[in-house]
Design a protein around this ligand. Structure first.
Ligand SMILES: Cc1cc2nc3c(=O)[nH]c(=O)nc-3n(C[C@H](O)[C@H](O)[C@H](O)COP(=O)(O)OP(=O)(O)OC[C@H]3O[C@@H](n4cnc5c(N)ncnc54)[C@H](O)[C@@H]3O)c2cc1C
Ligand SMILES: NC(=O)c1ccc[n+]([C@@H]2O[C@H](COP(=O)([O-])OP(=O)(O)OC[C@H]3O[C@@H](n4cnc5c(N)ncnc54)[C@H](O)[C@@H]3O)[C@@H](O)[C@H]2O)c1
Length: 471
């Protein structure tokens, strides 16, 4: 009998396995692929960020003509993807089967099914666990679009092995997956069109961020919103996308479709009902705040729960579940200070509520903003497009913070620290920012709170009197 069995060796599952084994628990992990690491390592975060960096290098090289330097030529996609795979291979060592076995974890390669509450059947063997954790992640959602199956489309699972750069590409979906990869291909030299069924791109972002991102991205590609792709027809070497826009049917010819229409949970074959586990209407596993499923001995973490599908969230889920599962605790997951970044160029940072969500939830909110064109370092970089927005309640508690700008995913990190510590916007302005760093955009935004307090109301009236009296 294992103390804990983990199903799925990705970001969440590996956190649980490593944590449990290091605490001395008898631990097993079951992974259906031939290697550990999950989607983030093999088909998600790592290769996509490597592709973005390569595409940005090429784009930058092509845009330095002002200095008399010219870069020309057609991109060799095979060589770009080789570089992408090098990043994966280097990071993969950290997630190797050997490393996990050396930590004391029993690794099984196979796809298990529940046979009872705390019992799994895998590769002809029965495994029993006092606690079981489902961390099987998610996969690309294939929407019911006529003709899609025959269209030989690419997804995040196939794109990083490609060698031929398409002249034209059509992306279905303008979420983070679609836009990060679409911009990369646009920067490699492909003529890109993105179709989004909803009214805006990046549906979870603050409205002003969506608007700015749209304005920037449209310079490099065509984005058609309110455009639901209904049908795809293939033949004579090209693919035709049929979509509806303003009630009218339109078509676009392309060389390759990239599908980024959301995610669906990996639950197939697990026989969840046999384990007493319940899913919601979209098929994601229902969990309570302690990440327990309907069966209190079975936990679910990461993408398979449908809660904020990010690697760091799966990791935080994993850390919580090690405690709750091994020590029968009831610690709750909090998403209050959970950030995420979208790695388009320039990057987007998001934490907490959007302005629209804050306004709905609170009677009075305060909004502080800085345009990057007012921050010296962005001006000297010639990268001054973007802004920072911090939303607080009347006492300065940060309800949400958002930024779009060069490197925003890194220099906005102090906001995460402040929110995690339960501090306020005052604490953001109370630290020293070495001149001229990019984070000065935050200092400038946070200091508006003080300026508002100091230069309006009773404070200036009192200080005026004190200065006169002293003088
Ligand atoms: C293109 C792309 C880019 C992304 N970029 C980012 C990013 O920059 N930052 C970020 O935070 N997030 C990013 N994400 C999201 C991130 O990849 C996921 O949130 C993260 O991988 C979820 O971790 P997980 O452990 O839940 O699932 P996974 O990491 O996918 O792991 C699940 C594992 O379970 C295995 N499995 C599935 N079914 C079974 C079964 N029946 N039996 C046994 N094993 C099974 C799978 O093979 C896999 O190894 C990106 C996603 C995509 C698609
Ligand atoms: N930087 C990051 O952290 C990062 C990067 C990539 C992905 N991710 C994670 O992966 C998750 C999934 O991202 P995603 O982009 O696949 O999903 P998403 O749900 O964010 O976006 C999919 C989009 O496809 C559109 N769509 C669906 N069917 C359509 C159709 N027939 N025609 C036109 N549009 C259609 C939807 O309206 C939606 O806006 C994200 O929520 C994010 O958590 C994170």
């Amino acid at each position: 009998m294992y103390d804990i069995i983990v199903i799925g060796g990705g970001a969440g599952g590996l956190t649980v396995a490593a944590g449990a084994a290091s605490l001395g628990a008898k631990t097993a992990i079951i992974e259906k692929r031939e290697s550990l690491g999950g989607d983030c390592l093999h088909y998600g975060c790592v290769p996509s960020k490597a592709l973005i960096e390569a595409a940005n290098e090429i784009y930058t090289a092509r845009n330095v003509a002002y200095a008399g330097v010219k870069a020309e030529g057609k991109v060799d996609l095979g060589k770009v993807m080789k570089r992408v795979q090098e990043s994966v291979t280097t990071i993969e060592e950290h997630d190797s089967i050997e490393r996990f076995e050396s930590l004391g974890v029993d690794v099984y390669l196979g796809a298990p099914e529940f046979t009872e509450n705390r019992e799994l059947f895998v590769n002809g063997e029965v495994l029993r666990g006092k606690k079981i954790v489902i961390a099987t992640g998610s996969t690309v959602n294939v929407p019911p679009v006529e003709g899609l199956e025959e269209a030989d489309y690419w997804t995040n699972e196939t794109v990083f092995q490609q060698t031929e750069l398409p002249e034209r590409m059509a992306f279905i979906g303008a979420g983070p997956v679609g836009l990060e990869i679409a911009q990369s291909f646009a920067r490699l030299g492909t003529d890109v069109t993105v179709f989004e069924g909803g009214a805006t791109i990046l549906k979870k972002e603050d409205r002003a961020i969506q608007k700015k991102a749209m304005e920037i991205l449209e310079r490099e590609m065509t984005i058609v919103t309110d455009a639901r792709v209904q049908k795809v027809s293939s033949g004579s070497g090209e693919t035709v996308v049929h979509y509806t826009k303003d009630g009218k049917e339109e078509t676009l010819s392309t060389d390759r479709i990239f599908l980024a229409a959301g995610r669906k949970p990996n639950t197939e074959g697990l026989n969840l009902s046999q384990g007493g586990i319940v899913t919601n209407e979209k098929g994601f596993i229902d969990v309570d705040e302690t990440l327990r499923t309907e069966n209190p001995n079975v936990f679910a973490i990461g993408d398979v729960t449908g809660e904020m599908p990010f690697t760091h969230v799966a990791g935080e889920h994993g850390k919580l579940v090690v405690q709750n599962a091994l020590f029968s605790l009831k610690r709750r997951m909090s998403y209050e200070a959970m950030p995420w970044n979208t790695y388009i160029t320039p990057e987007i940072f998001h934490i907490g509520r959007t302005q629209e969500e804050a306004a709905e939830e609170y009677e009075d909110i305060l909004v502080y903003e800085t345009q990057l064109q007012d921050v010296d370092r962005f001006v000297s970089d010639h990268a001054s497009e973007g802004f920072v927005k911090i939303i607080t309640d009347v006492k300065g508690k940060i309800l949400g913070a958002h930024a779009i700008g060069k490197g925003a995913g890194d220099w906005m990190q102090p906001v995460v620290a402040v929110m995690t510590e339960g501090k306020t916007i005052r604490d953001l302005s109370g630290m020293v920012y070495p001149y001229p760093n990019h984070a000065a955009a935050l200092e400038s935004t946070a200091s508006q709170y003080w300026r508002q307090k100091l230069f309006s109301g009773v404070v200036p009236a009192v200080t005026k009197k004190v200065i006169r009296w002293l003088g």
